[in-house]
Ligand binder design. Structure first.
Ligand code: ZN
Length: 114
């Protein structure tokens, strides 16, 4: 399962950081783009497995969904897409020239245990 290896690297990263700063982690915050190719539910499930037996056991993974945002050359501004079926501007239908957001898979914050 693709998500398990991702979850394991998230746990690794968080654990390294926790050791370096000598803290305990309550939750890991992650931004997950709609185009990242990662299934959120599978990742949440995998995170629990990956935490098992590590200092992160019992911590939470907080996922923030990042919608797909593309740049429309006709409107000359970024547009949020409702679906990933069509990479066209939802307002004028022009094919998007560039994906601005949606590929994210990044740890944005570590919540520390007090
Ligand atoms: Zn447009």
């Amino acid at each position: 399962m693709h998500e398990l290896s991702i979850a394991m690297s998230i746990v690794d990263m968080a654990q390294e950081e926790a050791e370096r700063r000598n803290v305990h982690i309550e939750a890991v915050h992650l931004e997950l783009g709609a185009l990242s190719g990662v299934v959120k539910e599978a990742l949440l499930f995998s995170f629990e497995i990956a935490c098992d037996g590590t200092p992160l056991q019992g911590s939470r993974l907080v996922v923030k969904d990042v919608p797909i945002e593309v740049y429309c050359p006709a409107c000359n501004m970024p547009k949020t897409l409702a679906s990933m079926q069509w990479f066209c501007c939802p307002d004028c239908g022009t094919p998007a020239s560039e994906v601005i957001h949606g590929k994210e898979l990044v740890i944005t914050a570590l919540e520390l245990k007090q």
